[in-house]
Design a protein around this ligand. Structure first.
Ligand code: TYM
Length: 333
């Protein structure tokens, strides 16, 4: 039987803290769902992480933990290429080349740059500014068709497509133009304390659920989650952002629709909604945490996974890099 070539997927996550429930619902758990149908590469974006200051020992530890977590959510390292971005030098090389095909004006419009420079006013470095170019290179190096991410990455994906289209226009047929792939529910999980902002691991601890939070911590955080005073359980993100966020999380974790959920909570109070979200979260995270601890206890295995991943990724990345370099006019090695 003729084998149909699978479409390619690339996505990444920064090791700049323990992933949140937002990272899990918005991105990571979808990666697992895609592993059979697509040819997938998932990267720990450690080059991106140093756009804000990182403590060396912590960066190393969080990077290894993230790899263990990718395995713990069930990603099979045979089916998926799992690797550290810094182990594949083609990412830095590609970023330089693409820098020269991207305009200052395009980068200055990026909302993440504006947000992060406001948060880190003492360290507005050039990496923070050119971050989307590094990310464009990550995707284009692998000729990815699809990029499964949360909604906050939309602007980065658009600029990636713009850069790829520009380079293709100049040199013809260099890059596949990628599409974003967003989950139907949970593409933007909101902060528990300020539900008009996305849940982020760089916010104070009570704003997010970490994938590694204990049941007691999860209970406490949801108990304190901001709701409103009208008492009705209804999905209305504009007027009831806190309640709507809890409903979305529950919807994402249980697979029930918003309509089914609101019907089942008719006449009930916020306490019951919070209890249901708490239970669903604990139930989802407990088996992941158990597997995480097992993987963290086997450093030798983690090493084989990331070494093998880097070799496979680098092989693919080099092909695209050489293709572009030849088109630009560099003397071939
Ligand atoms: P990062 O590390 O901030 O987040 C990893 C993934 O989690 C998603 N996400 C969310 N989804 C829903 N609700 C939230 N509150 C939430 N917070 C985060 C993000 O959309 C992302 O999919 N720049 C990227 C990492 C990256 C990358 C790439 C991604 C580097 N190179 C190439 C795709 C392709 C980032 O900082 O993600």
């Amino acid at each position: 039987m003729e084998q149909v070539k699978k479409q390619r997927i690339l996505s990444g996550i920064q090791p700049s803290g323990t992933p949140t429930l937002g990272n899990y619902i918005g991105a990571m758990r979808n990666w697992k769902l895609l592993e059979d149908e697509y040819d997938c590469l998932y990267m720990i974006a450690d080059l991106h992480a140093i756009t804000v200051r990182q403590e060396p020992a912590k960066l190393r530890q969080q990077s290894m933990q993230l790899l263990a977590l990718l395995l713990a959510i069930g990603l099979d390292p045979q089916k998926n290429v799992l690797f550290f971005q810094s182990h594949v030098p083609q990412h830095s090389q590609m970023a330089w080349l693409l820098n020269c095909y991207t305009y200052m004006g395009e980068m200055s419009r990026m909302t993440q740059f504006k947000d992060k420079s406001a948060k880190h006013a003492d360290n507005i470095n050039c990496g923070l500014f050119t971050y989307p170019i590094l990310m464009a290179g990550d995707i284009l190096l692998y000729q990815a068709n699809l990029v499964p991410v949360g909604k906050d990455q939309t602007q980065h994906l658009e600029i990636c497509r713009d850069i790829a289209t520009r380079v293709n226009g100049l040199y013809s047929n260099v890059f596949t133009i990628p599409e974003g792939y967003y989950p139907k529910v949970g593409a933007r999980v909101m902060s528990l304390q300020d539900p008009t902002r996305k849940m982020s691991k760089s916010d104070p601890d009570d704003c997010f659920i970490s994938i590694l939070d204990t049941p007691d911590t999860i209970r406490r955080k949801y108990r304190r989650a901001v709701t409103d005073s009208d008492g009705e359980i209804r999905f209305d993100p504009e007027n009831k952002p806190g309640v709507s966020n809890l409903l979305s999380i529950l919807c994402a974790l249980t697979g029930q629709t918003i309509d089914e959920l609101t019907a089942s909570f008719a006449g009930k109070g916020y306490g019951e909604l919070k209890a249901a979200v708490t239970d669903a979260t604990i139930e989802t995270l407990a088996p992941i945490q158990e597997r995480f601890n097992q993987y963290m206890g086997d450093k030798a295995y983690l090493e084989t996974v990331y070494r093998d991943g880097a070799a496979r990724a680098s092989h693919l990345a080099e092909r695209t890099l050489q293709k572009l370099m030849k088109k630009i006019g560099y003397v071939q090695k």
